[in-house]
Design a binder for this molecule. Sequence first.
Ligand code: AMP
Length: 281
Amino acid sequence: MEITGKIDEVRRKVKEWRKQGLSVGLVPTMGFLHEGHKSLIVRAAAENDRVVVSDFVNPIQFGVNEDLATYPRDIEADKKLCEEAGAALIFHPEVEEMYAPDFSTYVEMQKVSEGLCGKTRPTHFRGVCTVVCKLFHIVMPDRAYFGQKDAQQLAVIRRMVRDLNMDIQIVACPIVREEDGLAKSSRNTYLNEEERKAALVLSKAVFLGEEMMQDGERDAETILKAMRQMIEAEPLAKMDYVEMVDADTIEPLVRAEGRVLTAMAVYIGTTRLIDNFIMEV
Ligand code: AMP
């Protein structure tokens, strides 16, 4: 496995692989990798001859009062995990390599990026789309792998790929959880012992909603009310949103019909965590 911070070097490697007729998968990440990321890399390695993992904390997807400065990093641990998971190359650029001082071109999306997390983080998906578009142009993979944990991000990326005719297959991978249910996240490291316990309220609410739907409940308000009550009962939790939307358009639903995404963002102390479930009805 190799690691580089240079765009030209990634291009040179990928061209070499292409000449040999090899397929290429891309796994975009912000590093501080865990088992959730690993599942994406393992899947990519099973479905492609070579896997590139990008490991880059993308500044333009953070809002001004968000955690860009404190976002956890550990490139040595990341290297180990990527190697074990079967990656061929890590792309780990400096901010200056990705963004010229006078960088001025962004990918903007309407609708799909506006609800859910887009409400609280109005510039987030513009940053995500722009960096993913750049990574797609740098690596030019056959397939790119994203986690269902960031369900709105997946919908946004799929929409971008469709709207801008990018010839890349987007592969969605299931949420990987801790044994007690908490969705794995690089941000879980911010939680102290007490908050870590309180954070279980997200997955508990997800499981409750899932169970209600499995039992046949279809009224969005009934399901959301039960989930919200559960979150409001946790003193350390402050709800950002709990919503039911169409998984592809992110339009709010009154009844659970079609591909239904029930998603939430909850602050545990100052840490903002997300979780969700998708069900085909
Ligand atoms: P991040 O480094 O948080 O930007 O995440 C990089 C990719 O890993 C995204 O596609 C995430 O959806 C995915 N990912 C993060 N956490 C998990 C998880 N617990 N299960 C599955 N995929 C995840």
